[in-house]
Write a protein that binds this ligand. Structure first.
Ligand SMILES: Cc1cc2nc3c(=O)[nH]c(=O)nc-3n(C[C@H](O)[C@H](O)[C@H](O)COP(=O)(O)OP(=O)(O)OC[C@H]3O[C@@H](n4cnc5c(N)ncnc54)[C@H](O)[C@@H]3O)c2cc1C
Length: 474
């Protein structure tokens, strides 16, 4: 404590009960169940807020010297338990590192610090006529470092790419305390791309302190279209056709029947079937080209136009949707969660059916298809269910997840398109990576031999949560 205080100053370290409670959880619904039961099983011992990269390096040195677990922390919006300090120790909140260091309008690049909240980054870019194009629905409560550490995807990803496509250079404090700055360059053939090793490492392989990101001029034109299809199949075919033409719609979302009634109901419209929303943006010529292709394709494939209202409504409410789960979780037996998987076009319907079948015995499920690529897309399930009584909430929560994850694995999907792994899916990460998981553990061992960086996350090192029997072997 004395050494940490000497690094960051007395005002930027806390052992207070409120801070230890708040930083003992993220937005993993499992942690919200603990909270509603009045439990906080994994509080950190202390929380520190470093104010510079040098202070981050010094804190890493202190933690290494005393073998104290260290959990890098953005805004705690992760939904898989990746920021939970299972082994106590120090939570390092990075939000004081929030400067935009440099905007290069010639190259279309911005260098920003890792603790900057996504919306504040976009606000500052917009003021100068730019956008990074990364708009997760948690944008008001998540950081640039968190996006990189979890391999995040924004809602406009079909046009602007995912976070790993946007990053041009990375700055990070490695587990041995060294500061690494990769060279800002559009590409290099200098061996494996080690930036990508940190992207998705979820705090286990170092602290990301800044990144140089690709930015785009703000698009002058935005257009919405929507169609209803009789079922999921023809809607998916329309999505595939557009993506395989090489077009880049900013948003494409196909809702299944259950999700459609919610989406259309919220704008006062009614229709049987599956709603497909498009958002196109760019300059006049680009949007006109995409607009014609989208309407030709959708009408030819049996879609009925629902105009622009459903898309406009979705856009206006795109950041509020996810937080509705907060209204259900305080109910002592209510359970709600989301599960985002991905696969190729050829395997989408089998994966969709398999996960729905598995969840049916536990929960009411709805889904939408989004984040489209030429070769496939992701499926985003929302499940609502109820435990028999408050005491069985955790078991009921786990049982549904066990079924869904097993079904996804058996159907050949990936267990996460963009939420990451955390504690929640660690056992299934081993199953999905197979022998490559040994590569990951070997890399972790070599870089962080004392396993002080977020121990237990991604299944790297012992997990106190799994030891409770809650995280079963996949
Ligand atoms: C309502 C809601 C909507 C969401 N919508 C989306 C969405 O549209 N797309 C999406 O991808 N995700 C979404 N998420 C999930 C979440 O917002 C993302 O995972 C986000 O990237 C987490 O950022 P954070 O700053 O909150 O990270 P945290 O939750 O604080 O941390 C996440 C992980 O990253 C590590 N970490 C954080 N910062 C650093 C750093 N600087 N260096 C090293 N490791 C670090 C932590 O140790 C932890 O393992 C949503 C979550 C909620 C609650």
């Amino acid at each position: 404590m004395d050494e940490v205080r000497a690094v960051v100053g007395a005002g930027h370290v806390s052992t207070g009960q409120t801070d230890r409670w708040g930083y003992g959880r993220d937005l993993w619904p499992q942690a919200q169940i603990w909270q509603r039961q009045g439990r906080n099983p994994f509080p950190p011992d202390l929380v520190a807020w470093p104010g510079s990269v040098a202070e981050v390096q010094q804190l890493v040195a202190v933690c290494r010297k005393h073998r104290v677990p260290l959990v890098p922390y953005g805004a705690g919006s992760g939904v898989c338990g990746s920021a939970i300090p299972e082994h106590g120790g120090l939570v390092m909140d990075l939000k004081r590192l929030s400067a935009i260091r440099h905007l290069d309008p010639v190259s279309g690049l911005v260098e920003a610090e890792a603790g900057l909240i996504g919306q504040l980054l976009e606000d500052q870019l917009h003021a100068q006529g730019w956008t990074m194009g990364h708009y997760p629905s948690s944008i008001n409560s998540s950081t640039l470092g968190g996006y990189l550490a979890t391999r995040s995807a924004g809602q406009l990803s079909s046009r602007y790419g995912k976070i790993e496509d946007m990053v041009v250079a990375l700055e990070a404090v490695l587990p041995d305390g060294q500061l690494w700055r990769s060279v800002p360059t559009p590409r290099s053939a200098t061996g494996p791309d080690l930036k990508q090793l940190l992207i998705g490492s979820e705090g286990t392989l170092g602290v990301i302190t800044a990144a140089t990101m690709r930015i785009w001029p703000l698009p002058p034109v935005r257009q919405f279209q929507s169609y209803v299809f009789p079922s999921v199949g023809p809607g998916l075919e329309a999505m595939r056709e557009i993506m395989q033409k090489g077009l880049r719609p900013a948003v494409v979302r196909l809702y299944d029947e259950a999700d459609t009634s919610l989406a259309l109901g919220s704008v006062g419209l009614e229709a049987e079937g599956c709603l497909l929303i498009w958002m196109l943006e760019g300059d006049d010529a680009g949007v006109e080209l995409e607009s014609n292709a989208v309407s030709d394709t959708c009408l030819r494939r049996g879609g009925i136009s629902m105009g622009r209202k459903p898309g406009e409504h979705w856009y206006a409410h795109r950041h509020s949707m996810g937080y509705r789960q907060a209204q259900i979780l305080p109910d002592p037996t209510g359970l709600v969660d989301t599960f985002e998987v991905a696969t190729t076009w050829a395997n989408l319907i089998p994966l969709y059916d398999a996960v729905r079948r598995a969840l049916k015995q536990h929960a009411y499920t709805m889904a939408h298809f989004s984040h489209a690529y030429p070769e496939g897309c992701s499926i985003y399930f929302t499940a609502l269910w109820e435990a028999e009584n408050p005491e069985s909430s955790e078991d009921a929560y786990r049982a549904a997840w066990d079924s869904a994850l097993s079904a996804c694995r058996e159907a050949g999907g990936t267990i996460s398109h963009h939420h990451g792994i955390g504690r929640q899916k660690a056992a299934w990460l081993k199953a999905e990576l197979g022998p490559a998981y040994d590569m990951l553990t070997t890399i972790k061992q070599a870089l962080d031999p004392d396993n002080i960086f977020n121990p237990g996350n991604l299944g790297l090192g012992p997990s106190r949560w799994m030891a409770t029997g809650a995280g079963r072997d996949a």
